[in-house]
Design a protein around this ligand. Structure first.
Ligand code: SF4
Ligand code: SF4
Length: 135
């Protein structure tokens, strides 16, 4: 049975050093969600990625993602980039479980496909998760 990693919405992955790379579909979807043209979105919210081969989301000064708000919510959660929605089920890295609070659940192959294809659920307010404010 495949393992589905059920996200805890702890937002740790929104704070890790690194970059959130964007594909063309991400740019179109997020720009439309923000009522911006693609050019406005690119100019206002993206930067050149580290490989200088594409675009990534801008970061806050502390290195966290620029779309992580002060209450620990993703401001583009329903349309977040593929890189975000695919982690940790479609991609992850050795030892990710030590810093990601996703819970492993054994599911059927059909259920795994259904879950990874589902739109991301809204982040819960931090107060409801019993976590300190930050971000
Ligand atoms: S786009 Fe949203 S989910 Fe992705 S890193 Fe930024 S805040 Fe986190
Ligand atoms: S994927 Fe992991 S690190 Fe990211 S918000 Fe979910 S539980 Fe936290």
């Amino acid at each position: 049975m495949p393992t589905y990693w059920e996200c805890d919405r702890c937002t740790a992955c929104c704070r890790w050093p690194g970059q959130v790379r964007l594909n063309d579909a991400d740019i179109s979807r997020i720009a439309a969600h923000l009522n911006l043209t693609e050019d406005e979105f690119i100019q206002g919210h993206t930067r050149l990625d580290a490989q200088r081969s594409g675009l990534a989301l801008r970061d806050h000064a502390d290195g966290s993602c620029g779309f992580l708000d002060g209450r620990g919510n993703c401001r583009i959660q329903p349309v977040k980039p593929r890189q975000c929605s695919d982690f940790p089920n479609r991609w992850n890295f050795p030892g990710f479980e030590a810093i990601c609070r996703a819970r492993p659940v054994e599911v059927s192959a059909e259920e795994w496909e259904r879950r990874v294809a589902a739109p991301p659920p809204p982040f819960k307010p931090r107060s409801a998760r019993g976590l300190p404010h930050g971000g």
